[in-house]
Design a protein around this ligand. Structure first.
Ligand code: NAD
Length: 497
């Protein structure tokens, strides 16, 4: 339905107070299919006034929504889950068209979004409080969780369906009302999902969509009635959002960028390790915050892993993610492609050797697309720019150390802390690694250690600003405020029966 609409009406709308509204924005951006460079739609960069309208609707809706019992609130989420499943094929195609990843990757992403709806459907249990009888003679104390009010999500481009779902289902299930600001690079997926939110029958104003970029975000940051902000994106913007939201007295959680190392010990199963490492480094064209970006071989692992990963990288089929045999799609924009290629050159200038060079690829029939093929750089200097900078493209840097202690020290010297993975056949090495590695998400013989919806999506150091993460019980904590009540009911103060 949305795709048909785009043919005739390419300007995307906002969804405010239960209705679709045209933005008054003068500034608009084209939304491009990164594989073909086709313009799919135009997205308005909504002015602050439209954030004000959405917040006013959400504030008004909050009064009734918080009174709806949790068991009733989750019925809307059950409806939404059904609609997301029914429309999964269309949503997945849309993700691929605007974001570039393969259809299989898009389906996987949507599945992760749906799983968060499922976990949030358990809110009647998840937001239960606690009760202590007789904290003193005849006195009881209990803690209840109440919603905050209006909350908002500001999302990045690389998971247009999943990332708002790390927050939104929990926020509304807990009784808050909500505002989503998708990435202006990939706004179509949320436009489609909000059609389903509309069909699910949420009361007007409970969930709102405002498209836009910096001006829209700044209006969210400054609005006095928005109580909490969840951000996912690059670390410089995460820092800014964290500081601004805090300065305006809001709760805030900001998930930032990454530079994820995987460590390969000599006793790892080299075939399995290579397959998993390649999926991590080159899946989603390296545009995952949990993409392996550095592979550190230990001792004798070097030769076998280097040869195997180079062959796998060179053979990865790159093209339009809608085609069934394609294993890797384009990167998001020409600017991103140029930046990635410049960073590969920086690596070369720093002394790294290009084992597989993915720059300037020729992809027949997709000459206008924004492609970089898988690239492998050997002997990346550990303190150089290429070892420290998030590339966010299909580029894997290889480093080598002699011991697992050296590898853990290298992981821990990094300013980033999103993910670190170890490949080994040794339980003792695995324990040493998970105990000592300073990162919020750890993989043992896993290449993308993405927590399931019933665990928090962790992240440490410069990859995260805040204390409570997205998903699961962290989200419930984030979207509720605790109230503690101490009660005494002396018999002599009450009527006797
Ligand atoms: P980005 O920081 O450019 O944009 C993210 C959001 O912030 C967008 O909605 C954008 O409109 C807004 N924004 C951008 N610049 C802004 C500014 N100056 N002021 C206010 N708002 C601004 O990120 P991106 O390029 O869309 O996404 C890729 C980044 O996201 C990567 O760094 C990746 O590692 C990170 N990411 C992190 C996680 C995680 O869980 N840690 C998950 C996914 C993506």
């Amino acid at each position: 339905m949305l795709l048909n609409m785009l043919m005739s009406d390419v300007l995307l709308k906002n969804y405010i107070d239960g209705e679709w509204r045209l933005s008054s924005a003068r500034d608009r951006l084209p939304v491009q299919n990164p594989a073909t460079a086709e313009i799919l739609a135009e997205v308005p960069l909504s002015p602050g006034d439209e954030v004000n309208q959405a917040t006013a609707a959400a504030t008004q809706a909050f009064t009734d929504w918080r009174r709806v019992p949790p068991v009733e609130r989750v019925q809307y989420l059950f409806q939404l889950k059904g609609l997301l499943e029914t429309q999964a094929d269309e949503i997945s195609r849309l993700i691929t068209q605007e974001c570039g990843k393969t259809l299989k990757e898009s389906r996987g992403e949507l599945q992760r979004a749906i799983e968060n709806v499922e976990v949030a459907c358990g809110i009647p249990t998840a937001m239960q409080g606690a009760f202590s009888e007789d904290i003193a003679r005849g006195i009881d104390e209990f803690m209840i969780r109440q919603p905050l009010g209006v909350a908002a999500a500001i999302a990045p481009f690389n998971f247009p369906a999943m990332i708002p779902f790390w927050f939104m289902p929990y926020a509304i299930a807990c009784g808050n009302t909500y505002l989503v600001k998708p990435s202006e690079k990939v706004p179509l997926t949320m436009q489609k999902i909000f059609e389903l939110i509309d069909q699910a029958g949420f009361p007007a104003g409970v969930v709102n969509l405002v498209n836009g970029a910096k001006e829209t975000v700044d209006a969210i940051l400054q609005h006095p009635d928005i109580r909490a902000i969840s951000f996912v994106g690059s670390s410089p913007v995460a820092r800014y959002i964290y500081a601004q939201a805090a300065a305006h007295g809001k709760r805030v959680q900001c998930q930032g960028g990454a530079k994820n190392p995987i460590i390969v010990l000599p006793d790892a199963d080299m075939q399995m390790t290579t397959r998993i490492a390649a999926d991590s480094a080159f899946g989603c064209a390296g545009q995952r915050c949990l993409a392996a970006s550095l592979a550190v071989t230990v001792g004798d692992a070097k030769t076998a892993f280097t040869e195997a990963i180079s062959t796998t990288a060179a053979n990865r089929v790159t093209g339009n993610g809608l085609d069934a045999d394609v294993q890797m799609g384009p990167v998001i924009s020409p600017q991103s492609r140029d930046r990635i290629e410049a960073l590969i050159q920086t690596g070369v200038d720093e002394g790294a050797k290009v084992l597989v060079d993915g720059r300037q690829p020729q992809i027949t029939g997709l000459e206008q697309g924004h492609f970089v093929r898988p690239t492998v750089l050997q002997d990346v200097p550990p303190t150089g720019e290429i070892a420290r900078t998030e590339i966010f493209g299909p580029v894997l840097g290889l480093l080598h150390v002699e011991t697992i202690e050296d590898a853990i020290a290298l992981v821990n010297r990094s300013p980033w802390g999103n993910m670190a993975c170890l490949f080994t056949g040794s339980g003792a090495a695995a324990r040493q690694f998970r105990y000592g590695a300073e990162a919020g998400n750890i993989g043992i013989n896993i290449g993308v250690a993405a927590p399931m919806a019933f665990f928090p999506f962790s992240g440490w150091k410069d990859s995260f600003f805040g204390d409570l993460h997205g998903q699961s019980h962290h989200a419930v904590e984030f979207f509720t405020q605790t109230k503690v009540v101490i009660e005494r009911w002396p018999k002599e103060w009450s009527r006797q029966f």
